[in-house]
Each structure stands twice: as structure tokens, then as C-alpha cells.
Design a protein around this ligand. Sequence first.
Ligand code: SAM
Length: 268
Amino acid sequence: MPPGSRVGLVVNGRPGVDPYGRPDLYDLEYADLVEDRAFYVSAAVDTVGQVLELGAGTGRLTIPIAEAGQQVVAVERAEAMRERLAVRAQMAGVADRIDIVDGDFRSLRLGRRFASVLLPFNALHHCADEDDLAGLFATVAAHLEPGGRFLFDAYLPDWELYARAPGRYEHRLLKVGDAMMPSWESSEWDPDTWTHHVWYHFGEGAQGTSLHLVLHMYPLATLRSAMTDAGLTPEFDAEDFEGTPLTRRSVRWVGRWTTQRTEQKSSS
Ligand SMILES: C[S@@+](CC[C@H](N)C(=O)[O-])C[C@H]1O[C@@H](n2cnc3c(N)ncnc32)[C@H](O)[C@@H]1O
């Protein structure tokens, strides 16, 4: 069965399709999501030289950045997402501004540095453990110029959401061509592994498809110390893209961190 094909629709029994094998459904789900666009596009446009985007997906942000005139190196692990990004870039007339790279952000080394590295839309929750996180932030540090900026957003644990009884929520009707397709979400928190399972269901009954997104969650302190260990320091932290200060109740973290302006001399 090819990646992204329809498999059983079991939800709490867990199966479901890899969401990054179905870029068409990914784009349908997030067609209206623009709240993060100004944050990333304005930072990208202010950057001298190319911008590095990690986990670029189908180009939801990559393409607006390129349309604003910036050159982007777009790293993406999932082949289906890269293919759709390439098609979308062609259609938008910005393919010459986007270098699409097949890479893993936990270990990537391009051998060059950038003034801005972007990690949008919760991509760090694909790090399954603290070794993965350390690899990701080492990648960020290895690709930032001295004084360069790392922009990201991530979820913080949402205990009210996790306490909710499993069940369908966020019922919607999505426009597909001339037809309307029903859609709903369901989720389950695994307290043993700190994993949030989210299913996005599209279509009716057995004809439908369930995407199963697995998000590995971390306390804010764990994320901050992994970034500090990689040599990054905070410039801006907030709970949204408008800059509302973080509190203990925040369920999202939007940040801009930086590296030292001068390379540290080796102590040896
Ligand atoms: C939540 S999506 C964000 C996509 C896009 N940046 C956006 O804002 O719509 C996360 C993306 O990161 C990619 N990804 C996950 N783990 C990765 C890894 N280790 N290396 C590179 N890309 C990865 C996924 O395939 C997916 O396309």
C-alpha cells in the first residue's frame, strides 16, 4: 500500500494515515491558517541572504516568503510534502527562489550559515525524545551566523485539552471543489510517554480517511534548557504572534532566539 493510502479508520485503537503522506489533506486542513504568516514573512524579508526553513511542508509559509522576494532553503523529510511544495512553488511562479532539500532536521549539516533559521508550526514536536531535541537545536546552531535569529513556535502542555474525554470535536464542513466534505478531530493524551495523539478525520464513515498526528510534548523548561545547551539565547518569548507574555497557563510558545554575535574562541 503506498504511503498515505487509506487504512482502517480506528481512532482510539490508534491506526490512521501519516499526515505527511497526504499533503492534499494537509493543505485542506490548514487552508485558512494565516495567524503566523506576518511573524515569519516579516522576519524572512528582513534577512540578508537566504533563509533556512526547517520542516517546510507543502510551503504554507515558504511560498509567501518567496512571494515577498526572499530566497529560501526549504528542508523537508517527507517526500510527498516536498513534491507538493515543488508543484505549488511552480504554480506561484517562485520556484527559482526556493531550494528544496531532502533532509532530517535532527542531523542536517549543509556546511553553510544563515542569518535566519525558521522552525514554524510546532515542527519540534516530531522530536521523539531529548536526544532528538538536542540534535535539532544543534542543527539550528550549526546553521546560524553569529547574531543570527532562530524563530519558532511550539505547543506547551494543555492540561485542559488532555483532560477532555476522548470524542469528536471541531466539526467542520470543508469545501472541496463544488462539494462539501465533513471533517472532525479527536485526540488522546498518553501520560506515560507525554505524547498527544490527534486524529483529523475527513469524509463520511468507511469512505473517510483519518490522519494520525503524533506530537511529542515537553515542559517549557526542558525545551529552554535544550536550546540554551545548544548556545542559543532568548530575544523574544510570547504565547502568541502578537507578543502576549508567556504565563504558567500558556499552551503555546512563540519565540525568537539568537546566537552570540561573535564566535566563541575555543578554550584549548
Ligand atoms: C507541522 S508541519 C509544518 C509544515 C510547514 N512548515 C507549515 O507551517 O505548514 C511539520 C513538517 O515537518 C516535517 N518534519 C518532521 N520531522 C522532520 C525532520 N526530522 N526533518 C525534516 N522535516 C521534518 C514534516 O514532514 C512536516 O512537513
